[in-house]
Every structure is written in C-alpha cells, then in structure tokens.
Design a protein around this ligand. Structure first.
Ligand code: GLP
Length: 262
C-alpha cells in the first residue's frame, strides 16, 4: 500500500524527507537522489541542507538526477530546471555539480537525450530515493495525463493547464512558457527504489485522491504509485481533504513503530 502521511505543514513534511535522506547518505555516501523542481520539495531541500550542515554529513559522493527540463530553454535561464536545481539543491547542500544531472533540453540533441539519460541513471545503479511533486492534473515529472505508464525519458508536449500553472515563473506570461519538455518517463520513475510524493494545498486535493484511492490510470499518471513497492505520500490537511481513508492513514502513522522505518 502507498503510505500516506498527513502533516500539519510543508515544514513537517520537509523534516521527514530530510531525515530519510540524511540517513541514506550516512549509510550510502555515494547514493543517488532523484530530484524534482516545483515548490513542493523546497522545504525538504531546506531541512536537508540544515541537517547536512549541523551534522557535518559528507555529501561529496552524492549523485543526483533531476526529473525534467524544458525543451529549447537556455540552461542559463533562471527558470530552466538546470538553474532551479542548482539554486535549490546543489548550492545549499554543497553537492558536487559534476555529479548532478538534468535532462538536456538542447533542441539539436534532444532526440537522443532521453535514451542517454536513462542509460546514465542505470549506469549509476538506479535512483535510491526519488522526491516528487504532483501537477493539478496528476502529472509527475512532466508526464501529462495519457502518458504511457511504461515510458522512458522522452520529449513531451505540455498541456495548457501545466503552462498556465507554470506561467508564474515566467512573469505570469503563458507565451513565455515553453510548449515542450524532456522528462523522465513513468517507467523510469518507477525504477527508483523509494518514491516520496509531496503535495500541499487544496488545489492538489483531487489529484491526491485520484493518485492514492482512484483506479490506476494514465489519466492520472501519479496513480501508478499504487503499483510501486515502496511509495510514501506526504500531504497537508488541505491536500488530504478528499481522501476517503484519511482516518486510517492518520491512525497508522500515529501508531507506527520506529522499527518500521519510512
Ligand atoms: C512542474 C514540475 C513537476 C512538479 C509540478 C508541481 O510541472 N515539472 O515536477 O511536481 O510542477 O509543482 P509545485 O510543487 O510547485 O506545485
């Protein structure tokens, strides 16, 4: 079953993620982190950076792979996912930039970039923990509704809704939001050994309910988490508001023995 943890706020969710990943880095100093952009993972990165500093955790061997990138956007653009990952993860944590990879959205090479990216993840031994946000339409990475649940990293066309949602990063102007992207496929994401999806606010409530308690369907790409052997969904009260089994999730987490781990 997908474990659902209902927290008070993003900070509490961030702490849970940070404790989990800090423990992983200590146990496996060359672990592979799956990284995501968007606002949902930010508290997790912030808390992880604090733990790394406070506990003097050596992160020099940590490797990372981001989920996605806009197609044709200059990697130096402040909203390219290369820039966002550098700003929110690589720099605050002090990771070695050479060990952190983002799909290459350069239009000249994009047709081969997907296969190469999947091969690089595989050569690294696969992702240990993949953090995920979720789009209001249930997308993960940039796998929009209708994406193959077995897909590898590839070019995708963004939906109008995703471009509207992301216009806030481009001066509120949808015309500046790229129309295409390169994203890890759902099959790629599913190979990660542990998935942690975070969602906050009532705008995500419907997508979360579909993900956890709806049928598994490409119409809600995140619902594929139900097929993953180790998936954790961390949500605040607002994002949890449409879950039918809320009381059970709450009870299970409140009574979770320490030995069960995350
Ligand atoms: C973008 C990213 C996704 C992210 C989503 C939600 O579409 N490609 O990886 O999950 O935004 O972002 P937020 O967490 O800001 O709501």
């Amino acid at each position: 079953m997908t474990e659902v943890i209902i927290v008070r706020n993003e900070d509490e969710a961030g702490e849970i993620y940070a404790r989990c990943v800090a423990g992983l880095i200590k146990a496996k100093p060359d672990c592979v982190l799956g990284l995501a952009t968007g606002s949902s993972p930010l508290a997790g990165y912030r808390h992880l950076a604090r733990l790394v500093k406070d506990e003097g955790i050596d992160v020099s061997g940590v490797r990372g792979f981001a989920l996605d990138e806009y197609a044709g956007l200059d990697p130096n653009h402040p909203e390219s996912y290369r820039s966002v990952i550098t700003r929110t993860v690589v720099e605050p944590l002090g990771l070695d930039p050479a060990k952190v990879h983002v799909p290459n959205g350069n239009l000249d090479t994009i047709r081969d970039a997907g296969h190469e990216y999947d091969a690089a993840i595989e050569a690294a031994g696969g992702v240990d923990v993949q953090i995920l946000g979720i789009g209001t339409d249930g997308h993960i990475g940039f796998n929009e509704p209708g994406s193959s649940l077995a897909s590898g990293t590839r070019i995708k066309t963004l939906t109008e809704q995703t471009r509207i949602d992301n216009a806030r990063f481009f001066d509120g102007d949808i015309d500046q939001v790229p129309t295409h992207c390169i994203t890890q496929g759902i099959g790629t994401i599913m190979k990660a050994r542990h998935l942690i999806l975070m969602a906050f606010g009532d705008g995500k409530a419907e997508a979360v309910a579909e993900t956890v308690e709806g049928g598994v369907s490409s119409l809600c790409p995140a619902s594929v988490l139900q097929l993953h052997p180790h998936a954790t969904v961390i949500v605040d009260e607002a994002a949890a508001s449409r879950l039918r089994n809320k009381d059970y999730y709450r009870w299970a987490y409140a009574h979770k023995p320490a030995w069960q781990g995350i």
